[in-house]
Design a protein around this ligand. Structure first.
Ligand SMILES: Cc1cc2nc3c(=O)[nH]c(=O)nc-3n(C[C@H](O)[C@H](O)[C@H](O)COP(=O)(O)OP(=O)(O)OC[C@H]3O[C@@H](n4cnc5c(N)ncnc54)[C@H](O)[C@@H]3O)c2cc1C
Length: 481
């Protein structure tokens, strides 16, 4: 049996490859860069563990814990400190704890009386049923009020998407919120009554899902999956073209490191044959793929999907140099507060081994749709801007004892208003190109857990296709994915 090609060794591609191999289906994983994990990047240095991409994995589906078990990683799993549940939102230039109960909501200083009344009124706001797709900003102002958008949702959107609430689609970026309005007429009523149905489906809402990491950071997961796959993972190997053949797909590969020096060895180009292909890369690289298929396919529109740049800045400090206790998950920062950083995770309060004794470490994000031009500043400038904000917000004094940053030129896809047309195009591509499957963060949701679930789900579709295809070659025309 020819192997299934997986393009991309991020968590989506590795999860799909791992389960295909366990199902007895041979795989080959092609990764353009020199490492596995995609945007996941953990660094162990000078007694610190720094995470630059995702910091935690949310257990939103039983598939997440199943993967951890199947990968043999249960003993390396780290649950966060129970005290690390508190989340802060910045208002009046200081972090204020988010209320965790109805009484806490009524007494919090985070919102004015007007915003509190808007929340209490929300169950009586009629649902919108005219089918018009709204931005998350329009949705929140309609159901709550402007203050709730400016001081809560704007910060949340920066924390999840590094995005702009006026552009992100409530239907595509926050489908569960929209479903609460559609199914229960109100988000608050839906939160109360929808819990039972989620439980039946074995799902957990993202805000309540247990989160975790591993003893050496999240990189442990892709590294372990890649180890199981062994030689099947080909690093520094970019797929540049897909050609549909009579019995599968031929991939054109470009192998070798991209080097700027004019005398460096040229990249080696060659072709390989596969039974099927899973594309688990980014939307902009999908758009750049050349494709020759029996039915014409246009991948170019995927280049329109915006991925704003983000820089992750990890700083360590002596404990006594930070006035704030930093006990909790972290703080979200709305744009109206006027800071450069989008938010900060209290990394060493979450997990025990993130900083040496007597020190703490915090991870801040700069750029996104709010200030895209700041993300690409030189490292020294990023440290300076971050320290300036942390001095005001957390009472930091003194110099960092650890500093490291990573620049993601194209970080997170923005599921903006109108994103549905890309979803429809993905379905069309799959229906026209038998044996080509699309999975990952640009299709099934931007969180790490969404990518894992996407990687798990594509396995069933690929297995059905490959098994039907190999057991009876006549089947090709009637296989429906
Ligand atoms: C800064 C940042 C912070 C985040 N924080 C969180 C968080 O706290 N919690 C959370 O749940 N999620 C978070 N996320 C999102 C989450 O990490 C990602 O959505 C998820 O890891 C995406 O995985 P993926 O495999 O789909 O894509 P990627 O990780 O992007 O991997 C795709 C891989 O495909 C390769 N590739 C692309 N095209 C080709 C080609 N033609 N040939 C060969 N290889 C190719 C790329 O080199 C890349 O390695 C964060 C993301 C970022 C950037």
């Amino acid at each position: 049996m020819k192997s299934v090609a997986i393009i991309g060794a991020g968590i989506t591609g590795l999860t799909a490859a791992f389960y295909l191999k366990r199902n007895g289906i041979p795989v080959t994983v092609y990764e353009a860069s020199g490492r596995v994990g995609g945007v996941i990047q953990s660094l162990r240095k000078d007694g610190y563990i720094a995470e630059f991409g995702p910091n935690t994995l949310l257990e939103t589906s039983p598939k997440i814990s199943q993967l951890v078990r199947d990968a043999g990683l249960e003993s390396r799993r780290l649950n966060p400190d129970a005290k690390a549940e508190a989340r802060y939102v910045v208002r009046y230039k200081r972090p204020i704890a988010m209320p965790s109960s109805p009484v806490g909501f009524l007494t919090t200083g985070l919102f004015t009386l007007k915003a509190k009344l808007a929340v209490l009124r929300e169950p009586f706001v009629p649902p919108r049923r005219d089918g018009v797709e709204e931005s998350i900003a329009e949705f929140v102002v309609r159901r709550f009020n402007q203050e709730f958008l400016d001081h809560a949702i704007d910060a949340l959107v920066a924390g999840i998407y590094a995005g702009d609430p006026r552009k992100l689609s409530v239907t595509h970026a926050f489908p569960k919120l929209k479903a609460l309005e559609d199914n229960y007429g109100s988000m608050i009523r839906g939160q109360i009554f929808g819990g039972r149905e989620r439980k039946k489906r074995g799902e957990v809402a993202k805000d309540r899902a247990p989160k975790f990491s591993f003893d050496d950071g999240l990189q442990v997961l892709p590294d372990t999956l890649a180890k199981y796959l062994g030689d099947a993972v080909k690093l520094n190997t970019a797929v540049t073209k897909l050609t549909e053949t009579t019995d599968g797909w031929a991939l054109t590969l470009s192998e070798g490191r991209v080097q700027k020096h004019p005398e460096s060895a040229p990249l080696r180009e060659y072709e390989v044959d596969h039974s099927a292909v899973v594309y688990a890369g980014t939307a902009f690289k999908l758009a750049a793929l050349k494709i020759e298929s029996k039915q014409p396919i246009n991948l170019a529109p995927f280049s329109e999907i915006r991925y704003p740049p983000v820089a992750s800045v990890v700083l360590g400090f002596c404990r006594e140099d930070v006035a704030h206790p930093c006990q909790g998950f972290g703080m979200l920062i709305p744009k109206v507060e006027g800071f450069k950083i989008l938010g900060t995770i209290f990394s060493s309060s979450l997990f025990p081994n993130r900083a040496p004794s007597g020190h703490i470490t915090v991870t801040s994000y700069i750029g996104g749709e709010r200030y895209p031009e700041l993300a690409s500043l030189p490292a020294e400038k990023l440290y300076e801007l971050t320290c300036e904000d942390l001095r005001v917000l957390l009472g930091v004094k003194g110099k960092p004892t650890f500093q490291h940053c990573v620049f993601y030129p194209r970080a997170i896809p923005q599921y903006n208003v109108g994103y549905g047309r890309y979803g429809a195009l993905m379905t069309e591509v799959e229906s026209k190109a038998a044996g080509l499957f699309l999975a990952g963060h640009y299709r099934d949701g931007v969180s790490l857990s969404d990518s894992i679930v996407s990687g798990c789900n594509v396995v069933d579709r690929v297995a059905t296709f490959v098994r039907a295809d190999t057991s009876n070659p006549q089947n090709e025309a009637v296989i429906s994915k």
